[in-house]
Every structure is written in structure tokens, then in C-alpha cells.
Design a protein. Sequence first.
Length: 116
Amino acid sequence: QVQLVESGGGLVQPGGSLRLSCAASGSITTFYVMGWYRQAPGNKREMVASITKGGNTNYADSVKGRFTISRDNAKNTVYLQMNSLKPEDTAVYYCNSVATSGRPPWGQGTQVTVSS
């Protein structure tokens, strides 16, 4: 079973940047669409960005123009470049397959805190 490990989070000031990584223990080409999700305290988990195997991307309106998702199928890794961060971006960030069928278990996530 593929395991997912997210990293790269931290504390950053408003306007700052972070690059998140999601390393899979197996091939991510099994999953046609990979997504980055986030969950803030008291909120449901929401998808913020997705990318197909071929590199087509989609973004939530709240992050469009600020976040960039990418994937390296050879390295079995998905990235999320986050620029112009806002306090409302504070959340635990996860990656996973968008399709629920055959989806790996959720990883621990990585905490992103945007605060001055």
C-alpha cells in the first residue's frame, strides 16, 4: 500500500512563501489525479489544487494565482509552491489521490501557519 509523507510546512509571515512536498512510497502514476488538501481547525478538509498525470492543473478560487502544484512522476513526489501567503491559509496540508477508489491512507500532513 502506498504511503504518503508530507513535509515543508512551518511558520511564515503574511506575504511569505513555502514549498510543500509529498513523497509517496510507491508509484504515483497509479493515481491519475493527485491533489493537495487543507484542513483548518473546525473546518472540513478542502481541496486547494489538483494535477493530472499529464500535468493539467486546477485550483480553488481562494488560492488561484498564488499556489502552484506540480508533480515529478519519476520521483513519486507532488509539490505545492505557495506564495503571497495569507493568515487564512493557516491549516494542516495533505496530499492524496483525488479519486476515492484505491486512495491511499491519509498521511500526517504538514502544518502551515501564517502569522506575524
